[in-house]
Design a protein around this ligand. Structure first.
Ligand code: AMP
Length: 212
């Protein structure tokens, strides 16, 4: 039997948008597994398995070869940094924008050192440095929108899809940091050692991307 090709996916938006893509190329988790809390999901194809992990862990699993492939947002990839895997395909799903936002109508002065709350510490440092602004970056793990409301930060850097979350909290986007979508990444050794399996999936996915 061939060793299954392991594909790392993360729960939430990415999983919801990725499973229909894989379904289109004839790969689906078995029904029984989908209902369970299993972290390794078998599929209708003996040679393909999904593993379900946190989005920020996907690059690590793929870099170390614990997963042959992964689906992860460009935001997570840029924050992770480096070039320790291949990124052959933009899946054009889970699209959103990474934005700088502040309290509506109260744009803080940028002449003083602004405090910026985000989970994207590296991206935020680089972004403000490129503008010549030495920002104080405060790392948060969620609910970034709260930070300006309670005086923790002047700005936040976060993902925005509809803008509803910003609006509901009296915030407005001030600048675009980057456009984000989910990417397929491939372990470098898997690309060589399991070339046929990897390229088969890759070309099938390429065929269905952006169809709807
Ligand atoms: P929205 O209210 O539609 O602008 O969505 C904003 C909220 O959803 C923020 O808390 C974001 O962190 C999160 N979000 C938006 N797009 C994505 C995405 N593609 N992946 C993960 N989280 C997202």
């Amino acid at each position: 039997m061939i060793l299954p090709l392991r594909i790392a996916l993360s729960k939430g938006r990415i999983l919801d948008d990725t499973l229909p893509l894989f379904a289109k190329i004839g790969i689906a988790p078995t029904e029984e597994d989908q209902r369970s809390r299993k972290l390794i999901l078998n599929t209708n194809r003996e040679d393909v398995q999904f593993i379900i992990i946190r989005a920020t862990d996907v690059p690590t699993y793929v870099e170390y070869g614990a997963a042959d492939m992964g689906v992860v947002g460009k935001d997570v990839l840029v924050e992770y940094g480096g070039s320790s895997f291949y990124e052959p395909l933009d899946l054009q799903i889970a699209k959103c924008r990474m934005m700088v936002a502040a309290l509506k109508g109260e744009q803080p002065q940028t002449s003083v050192r602004p405090r910026v709350a985000t989970k994207y510490v590296n991206i935020t440092h680089d972004y403000f440095a490129r503008l010549g602004i030495q920002a104080e970056v405060v790392k948060l793990y969620g609910s970034m929108e709260l930070a300006p409301l309670v005086g923790l930060a002047d700005y936040i850097v976060d993902l925005v899809e509809t803008g509803n979350t910003l609006k509901a909290n009296g915030l407005e986007a001030t600048d675009l940091v980057m456009e984000v979508s989910s990417r397929l990444i491939v372990n470098k050794a898997s690309m060589k050692m399991r070339h046929q399996q990897v390229t088969e999936l890759l070309s099938k996915l390429r065929g269905v991307v952006g169809e709807e």
